[in-house]
Design a protein around this ligand. Sequence first.
Ligand code: SF4
Ligand code: SF4
Length: 65
Amino acid sequence: MMVVVNPLKCTGCAFCVPVCPNRAISSLGLAEIDKDRCVACLECLDFCPVTALGRGKNRKEPHGS
Ligand code: SF4
Ligand code: SF4
């Protein structure tokens, strides 16, 4: 499990970038999660003003819903 970014919601504000203790989030335009770094602590979820961050599920869709 990891965190995923909903590209339809993300505004690229980068508020979430400094929140991650593992530096798993980068923002060049839209936020991106480095799945090798994300430990799914979920700390970033509450910081996104547009709820673009969510829990990924083991489904076919890469971005969940
Ligand atoms: S869930 Fe935790 S480790 Fe993963 S991107 Fe968010 S703050 Fe970083
Ligand atoms: S806080 Fe939310 S809207 Fe802003 S860059 Fe991160 S995921 Fe995108």
